[in-house]
Design a protein around this ligand. Sequence first.
Ligand code: DX5
Ligand code: ZN
Length: 223
Amino acid sequence: MSQIKIAPSLAAGRLLYLGDEIRKLEEAGVDAVHFDVMDGHFVPLLTIGVPFLEQVRAVTNLHLDVHIMVTNPDDVLDDYLNAGADTLSFHIEAARHAHRLCARIKQAGRRAGIALNPATHWQNIEFLLPELDQVTIMTVNPGYSRQQHLTSMHSKIREFANFCRAENYAIDICVDGGVNLGNAGTLAQLGANMLVAGGAVFNGGNMVDAVQALRKAASERPV
Ligand code: DX5
Ligand code: ZN
């Protein structure tokens, strides 16, 4: 199995010190920074958005994995592309013209992603898979960091990973929500190759150690 990608969720960091947090993530050798955008409508909270993304883009070359949890991805997609998203994932539940949005992301030379709420079957995006670079399977109801991981999503991850393997789709299978040292190995074994982590990385301790521990946990077979 190729090495798992670790993408810490910046919004779970200390918002007043994000410059420092980004430098520590660089030091920790993360594969991407997961940038959560919440609009106060699609999900309850309101977090960082376009101007913030521009500033993050200006200070790092890390891959920016932008996850927009917004009701109007069709209207705001270009803003996030212009602000420097490397991968842009929108929610299928909110998109009016998902295929068009994927095409716009690809035309901009970026990676196209779709995120699935817990109640959404992966089969809903089967027709879009040829356009996609990444599928983010939510293992919490999006809206907050540090929620309980939903193990009921594990069969979805396994089924989707098996389907991609059988159909030869080279899509990153990303899991987002409550990822921790206790479930990282299981998630990798189910077929995920990318893990988002908020609370597990920004836990008040040493971030370099936290990322390393997560990588190690993901590489080990669960007991
Ligand atoms: C959920 C967000 C996640 C979340 C990750 O609404 O999309 O990226 O903040 O944080 P943890 O790992 O703490 O669940
Ligand atoms: Zn996210």
